[in-house]
Design a protein around this ligand. Structure first.
Ligand SMILES: COCCCN1C=C(N)c2cc(S(N)(=O)=O)sc2S1(=O)=O
Ligand SMILES: [Zn+2]
Length: 235
C-alpha cells in the first residue's frame, strides 16, 4: 500500500529560481558567530529620531504584520552608515510556527522567539524607497531579537490590532501615539554587516544593524502572533 508522498518545495530553496539575487554573495539572514565579530573601532554613534503622533497603518502582507510609517519624518544616521541619513519606511515582525524559533538571524546558532525589523532608506542618495531598495547602500534595517519575558507595552499597540487583520491584504489605521524608539533595547550595542532582504526579492541592498540585547515580549503576545500564523491566516 503505497502512501502518496507529495513534497511541496516552497520557501528559500526555490527562491533562486525566481529571484536570482538569492544566489548572491551577501544574503541574509546569517548566523552571527560572536567570536568572529570584530570590534566596532572608532565608528561614530548610531543615532535615531522618530515622529510619534502620526497615523500609522498595520497591514497583513501575508508573511507577518507590517506597520507603514506613511512618509512621516524620521532620521537614522551614524554608526556604519557613513554620512548618509536614512528614513524609516516600515517595520514588521517575523515569528516562528512554534515558540523559540521565530527569529531570522541566529546568534551562535541560537534562534529567538521573533525578530522585529525597522526598515529605513537612504534619503541622502536616493529619491524614493523603491529606488533605494535596489541599491547596495539603499536600505538600513535595525534588527531586534525578541524573547519571551515581560509584556512589551509599545509593541502591544500593534499586537492588540492583529485580530482585525487576519487575512492577507487586511489593513487597519490607528493614530494612537507610538514611538518606534521604544521598540529598541536599552543597550544599543549591535552587530552590523552588508546583507540583503531576507525574503524575495532578496535584493542585496541592506546594511544590517542587529542589536545584541534581546527585547522581552510576553508569552501571550507571542501566542497572539502565532495563532494567526499557525491557523494559516499568515499574519
Ligand atoms: C520596492 O520594494 C522593494 C522591496 C520591498 N520589500 C520587500 C521585502 N521582501 C522586504 C524584506 C525585508 S527584511 N525582512 O529583510 O527586513 S524589508 C523588505 S521591503 O523593503 O519592504
Ligand atoms: Zn524582515
Amino acid at each position: 500500500y503505497l502512501v502518496p508522498v507529495v513534497i511541496l518545495i516552497v520557501g528559500p530553496a526555490t527562491w533562486v529560481e525566481k529571484f536570482p539575487e538569492a544566489r548572491g554573495t551577501r544574503q541574509s539572514p546569517v548566523d552571527i558567530v560572536t567570536s568572529r565579530a570584530s570590534s566596532g573601532g572608532s565608528a561614530p554613534p548610531l543615532v535615531w529620531r522618530y515622529s510619534v503622533n502620526h497615523p500609522r497603518s498595520v497591514v497583513n502582507p501575508g508573511y507577518c504584520w507590517r506597520v507603514d510609517e506613511n512618509g512621516y519624518d524620521s532620521e537614522l544616521r551614524g554608526g556604519p552608515l557613513g554620512s548618509d541619513v536614512y528614513k524609516l519606511q516600515q517595520w514588521h515582525c517575523h515569528w516562528g510556527s512554534v515558540n523559540g524559533e521565530g527569529s531570522e538571524h541566529t546568534v551562535d546558532g541560537r534562534a529567538f522567539s521573533g525578530e522585529l525589523h525597522l526598515v529605513h532608506w537612504n534619503t541622502s542618495k536616493y529619491n524614493s524607497f523603491t529606488e533605494a531598495a535596489g541599491q547596495p547602500d539603499g536600505l538600513a534595517v535595525l534588527g531586534v531579537l525578541l524573547m519571551v519575558g515581560s509584556k512589551h507595552d509599545e509593541l502591544d499597540k500593534v499586537v492588540r490590532l492583529l485580530p482585525y487583520i487576519q487575512h492577507k491584504g487586511d489593513k487597519v489605521t490607528f493614530s494612537e501615539p507610538l514611538n518606534p524608539a521604544n521598540l529598541l533595547p536599552k543597550r544599543i550595542a549591535y552587530w552590523t554587516y552588508p546583507g540583503s532582504l531576507t525574503t524575495p526579492p532578496c535584493t542585496e541592498s541592506v546594511t544590517w544593524i542587529l542589536f545584541k540585547e534581546p527585547v522581552q515580549v510576553s508569552a501571550e503576545q507571542v501566542r497572539l502572533n502565532l495563532c494567526y500564523y499557525v491557523n494559516g491566516k499568515n499574519v
